[in-house]
Design a protein around this ligand. Structure first.
Ligand SMILES: [Zn+2]
Length: 454
């Protein structure tokens, strides 16, 4: 009898470049098509090096670049099948790609917008919680063999990772349910609801970014943030937060709003969101308020604006950005600045780092995962000098790493998700993680009686 297989084109033993192909007979579906980042990028080519003949569609779990960044290359390779994702992801995808294409390719703005238009036309938004039936049918293939009577049912479910993120249930023609976790969020974050385990998952493909770590709690992270901010404001200088435009930035804004509201954080300190992309994404978060978690909705009902409060200043154009960097560097006046990119791989944070790393009054807060090979990782590992654009920059700042702002589930969250599935999956395959972490997590699962492959 026909069984599914899954081929990994990235994101198996890596934390970036997610791309999995779910095969059924002569047909297949891609789950994500992400970009490799950090060291993983130099080891991998961006070219689509697998055949698209049998591919009937692409399912996007969420809008992070390591899950969709190879889309332009997929289009270049001739892909013209439907792209299934949630409505919020559909709104975020063009923003993310616009930004990524600026950094990644030599395409002109006009060429980039053409590619993005093609992608927009292929997108088929699917609401959370509904089963949708799609045909295993390659629209480009002349071979009638691909047009068969099979269909696959898809259901998107909130993953609690970022706005619009989903884990996907795929019901195959033989009634097997294959679940792809995408990136799962941690539990108890105030902005998004917790992921709820699927009722059934015969085959589970689950991310393991933090399969051997436990994050600090949401309460601990707020307290630590308050302490870092207090201490840092006492000696002046700037607090820099390299921010991932989607997810972390909004969580941070959310907590800073609380600190202002409940803990009398220095009321006149400017909170600067210097990332046009993060500002746009924050607007999307506000637009999709109905997807927020309970606490966030409560704040709205108290007429608070957790993602658009008074002290939060956004910097639209590049000239104002440069002026601000120079002003902060020369005056040392206190400010909290969140700027992209999150791993310091480019974006406006670079100008701040060049100007402020030598100043011992500066604090840098890392709120997300720093892949090996990125400037963020170098700074996090405490190097005294770093190379930025070919210039050696002295590092005298205080570095803080806060795991509590991770948008990823930790070990406990992953175990809870798996144990929440009523009937044990026939097989669990660990993906989207570093091999050693996967081995540790596999060991843990085996002790609990699960059939697992890392
Ligand atoms: Zn993600």
């Amino acid at each position: 009898m026909l069984q599914h297989t899954v081929v990994h084109h990235g994101g198996h033993h890596t934390v970036t470049g997610s791309c999995h192909e779910l095969k059924w007979g002569a047909s297949s579906l891609l789950i994500d098509c992400g970009l490799f980042q950090g060291n993983e990028r130099s080891e991998q080519s961006l070219e689509i090096d697998f055949s698209l003949d049998s591919v009937c569609g692409l399912v996007l779990t969420h809008s992070h670049i390591d899950h969709l960044g190879r889309l332009p290359w997929l289009i270049a390779a001739g892909f013209r099948q439907p792209i299934y994702c949630t409505p919020a992801t559909a709104e975020l995808v063009p923003l993310m790609l616009e930004d990524s294409l600026k950094l990644q390719t030599s395409l002109t703005a006009k060429q980039s917008s053409k590619v993005i238009d093609v992608i927009k036309q292929l997108m088929v938004p699917m609401e959370y919680g509904h089963w949708y039936s799609i045909d295993w049918f390659n629209h480009n293939s002349a071979d009638i063999a691909y047009f068969n009577e099979w269909s696959v049912d898809l259901r998107f479910n909130p993953a609690g990772h970022i706005l619009g993120s989903a884990f996907i249930e795929c019901r195959l023609p033989n009634e097997d349910i294959v679940v792809f976790s995408g990136d799962l969020g941690p539990t108890h974050t105030p902005l998004l609801p917790d992921p709820i385990s699927p009722p059934r998952a015969d085959y589970l493909y689950i991310e393991t970014t933090y399969g051997n770590k436990c994050h600090e709690s949401v309460e601990q992270r707020s307290m630590r943030l308050a302490m870092i901010i207090d201490r840092s404001l006492a000696d002046g200088g700037v607090i820099l937060i390299p921010a991932f435009s989607v997810g972390r930035t909004q969580e941070l804004l959310f907590d800073i709003e609380r600190l202002i509201h409940e803990h009398d954080l220095q009321p006149d300190i400017p909170i600067i969101l210097d990332s046009p992309m993060a500002s746009k994404v924050t607007e999307s978060y506000r637009h999709f308020k109905m997807l927020w978690g309970k606490e966030a909705k409560n704040r709205l009902s108290q007429h608070r604006h957790p993602l658009a409060f008074e002290q939060c200043i956004t910097i639209p154009d590049y000239a104002s950005h440069l002026k601000l960097v120079n002003r902060l560097a020369s005056t040392g006046e206190p400010a909290i600045v969140a700027a992209a990119s999150g791993m310091c791989e480019g974006g406006r944070i670079i100008d701040y780092l060049k100007a402020l790393l030598p100043d011992s009054r500066t604090d840098v807060i890392f709120a997300g995962y720093q892949a090996v090979g990125t400037l963020g990782h170098e700074l996090q590992s405490g190097q005294g000098h770093v190379d930025i654009d070919g210039v050696q920059v002295e590092v005298n700042v205080h570095i803080h790493s806060m795991s509590g702002y991770s948008a990823h589930a930790d070990k406990e969250d992953l175990l809870r998700f798996i144990q929440g599935i009523k009937e044990k999956p026939k097989s669990i395959r660990l993906i989207h993680g570093v091999k050693t972490v996967q081995e540790d997590f596999a060991q843990e699962l085996k002790m609990l009686g699960y059939d697992v492959e890392s």
